[in-house]
Design a protein around this ligand. Structure first.
Ligand code: ADP
Ligand code: MG
Ligand code: MG
Length: 201
């Protein structure tokens, strides 16, 4: 699997869905999630060199996201990708076990930085079941594991609708945040859709 294509595909999916992500963020935040992430990912794609090993690709993309994406999501996704890149070390190939360790490291990085736990109505609610589903299916290979992860992310994101936000701007709304899909959880679904697309090629 080519991790550079993962970032390219994530960027394409975010561009296609930027207005929906921004609309979701208008409902319970400040209405910039789609534009924030679209800008950051375009910069990340532009920074990627096709000759880099997987770990370096993800570290470069992560560093660019941290510096070029506004809002909370830039540092969170950026840290996730940097941690994932670090987990690959000097590996030259991406296998199912290596990607599993990278995804787990990404989730831990986001939780460390943002201090959100499952149930706080953030991207963590999509990532946590996605990583767990990946790990459960990793023995079946990359394509099956990434499909399982996407399914986990979709279910986790959908479940944020019923939750009250306890982290990020949406938490300012208190109980009024209930009944809305969390925008960061929605973009995390795109991260995993991109992964499943690229791993299944
Ligand atoms: P901002 O809220 O600063 O404008 P974005 O709109 O780009 O940033 O991103 C908002 C998303 O970031 C939220 O929907 C949520 O999923 C995620 N988020 C916000 N704060 C945290 C946090 N502390 N931990 C994890 N995710 C968070
Ligand atoms: Mg916002
Ligand atoms: Mg903002």
């Amino acid at each position: 699997m080519d991790v550079r294509q993962w970032i390219v595909r994530f960027s394409e999916l975010v561009t296609a869905d930027a207005s929906r992500l921004t609309r979701l963020d208008s409902d319970i935040g400040d209405g910039d999630h789609g534009t924030n992430l679209d800008r950051g990912l375009r910069a990340a794609v532009a920074a990627l060199d096709s000759d880099l090993p997987p770990g370096k690709v993800l570290m470069t993309a992560g560093r660019t996201l941290v510096s070029k994406t506004g809002g909370a999501s830039g540092p969170l996704y950026g840290t996730a990708l940097r941690r994932a890149g670090k987990a690959f070390g000097d590996a030259t190939e991406v296998d199912a076990a290596g990607l599993g360790a990278a995804l787990r490291a990404a989730l831990e990085g986001i939780k460390e930085l943002g201090k959100a736990e499952e149930g706080d109505k953030t991207m963590v609610d999509a990532l946590t079941p996605a990583v767990a589903a990946y790990e459960g299916a990793a023995g079946e290979g990359l394509a099956a594991a990434t499909r399982a992860a996407l399914d986990g992310a979709e279910k986790g994101a959908e479940a944020t609708v019923a939750l009250q936000a306890r982290k990020g701007r949406a938490s300012y709304l208190g109980p009024r945040s209930v009944g809305h899909l969390d925008p960061g959880a929605a973009s995390t679904v795109l991260l995993f859709r991109a992964l499943a697309d690229v791993a299944g090629r």
